[in-house]
Design a protein around this ligand. Structure first.
Ligand code: HEC
Ligand code: HEC
Length: 288
């Protein structure tokens, strides 16, 4: 194409776009197409193209485009879909716990929605709700602590059991806590060979240097929780729920391996495909 015909084409394109806009405005009852809405937002400077994942954020997530189950099926069956590692369905392929970890069948839509069939049998998310803090969200986003600990480290060591029992008993600031629990968080190699102490990375309410503004050096710090500066003291993320280890971030982070097992902790926790999977759940986990 010559320069002139290019310019002409551009003019025609903008005339066509204007006509589309006018047609859309003339008919208030008619719902705008996603493309019309997108072009309008683009013209009005409402589209924020920031970062590597802008296409996913701006074109899919922010516009609540329905995610088809066929895409989810493909994610579950693809290696490296959420960062380096084998496909989910290699290890979670059936509801039979003798051949599939946790009896979790990620190879069918009904299986994903049913969750784990082995005791404790449980769903891994609530359809229609944000799965970030549910089992699925935690397994996709949370690295097991101390950061870098392998999936091959036992989930039921004496140290982990002691933390669990302390939370179950009410997480009091008592002699047991001071003598037996607090030192676990402040000593290296307690929760795995060659692992740093929790307090090496979580030592104050300031980030940096303390990850998530989590202070594990004192009772007050641990009970205050994470992100107390960023979110405000009243909205800090509690990491200990007295009486409930299964709901406590500290216990969850000690026992839950990020999926797929062996994934490098530096892999993006908000991988575009993780966000698309979460969007599908939020949209109701439709099997169409
Ligand atoms: C190499 C095998 C393997 C692969 C691949 C794998 N998992 Fe797992 N998964 C496991 C094992 C083993 C467990 C149970 C042990 C544990 O808790 O860490 C588990 C546990 C889980 C749980 C916890 C279920 C519950 O009831 O608590 C979820 C959710 C999960 N996996 C999802 C996934 C997803 C999603 C993928 C793909 C990104 C995936 N897994 C890939 C082996 C695997
Ligand atoms: C080498 C640094 C490092 C060490 C050591 C470490 N963490 Fe973390 N921790 C992190 C990072 C980074 C995150 C951010 C989330 C992630 O990667 O999953 C985090 C997040 C957390 C969170 C989630 C906070 C929130 O916002 O909900 C908890 C709880 C936690 N760590 C507990 C522990 C415990 C308990 C230990 C010791 C067993 C420990 N950490 C050791 C780096 C570390």
């Amino acid at each position: 194409m010559t320069k002139r015909s290019l310019a002409k084409a551009a003019i025609w394109a903008s005339v066509a776009a204007l006509a589309l806009g006018a047609a859309a405005m003339a008919d208030d009852d008619k719902k705008k197409s996603v493309n019309e809405q997108y072009l309008e937002d683009l013209r009005q400077g409402k589209v924020h193209i920031e970062g590597d994942h802008a296409a996913v954020t701006e074109l899919i997530l922010n516009r609540n485009i329905p995610i088809p189950y066929s895409y989810i099926a493909q994610l579950m069956a693809s290696p490296n879909a959420f960062g380096d590692g084998p496909a989910c369905i290699v290890c979670h392929s059936s509801a039979d716990p003798t051949v599939s970890y946790r009896g979790l069948d990620l190879s069918t839509c009904d299986g994903i929605k049913a969750g784990s069939t082995e005791t404790p049998a449980r769903a891994i998310f609530i359809a229609g709700e944000d799965p970030k803090r549910e089992i699925l969200g935690r397994r996709m986003r949370n690295n097991r602590m101390p950061l870098g600990v392998g999936f091959n480290v036992d989930h039921g060591t004496d140290a982990i059991k002691a933390v669990e029992a302390w939370i179950t008993a009410g997480a009091a600031n008592d002699d047991n806590f001071r003598n037996n629990i607090l030192p676990l968080f402040n000593t290296e190699n307690v929760f795995g060979e060659d692992t740093p102490a929790c307090a090496e990375c979580h030592m104050s309410n300031e980030e940096p240097p303390s990850f998530h503004e989590l202070d594990m050096t004192s009772y007050e710090g641990i009970m205050l929780g994470a992100d107390s500066v960023a979110k405000g003291v009243d909205h800090a993320t509690k990491v200990i729920i007295p009486g409930h280890p299964e709901l406590s971030g500290v216990f969850q982070h000690l026992t839950e391996d990020r999926m797929p097992p062996g994934i490098d902790p530096s892999e993006d926790r908000d991988h575009p495909n993780t966000q698309i999977l979460f969007a599908w759940v939020k949209q109701g986990a439709q099997c169409r």
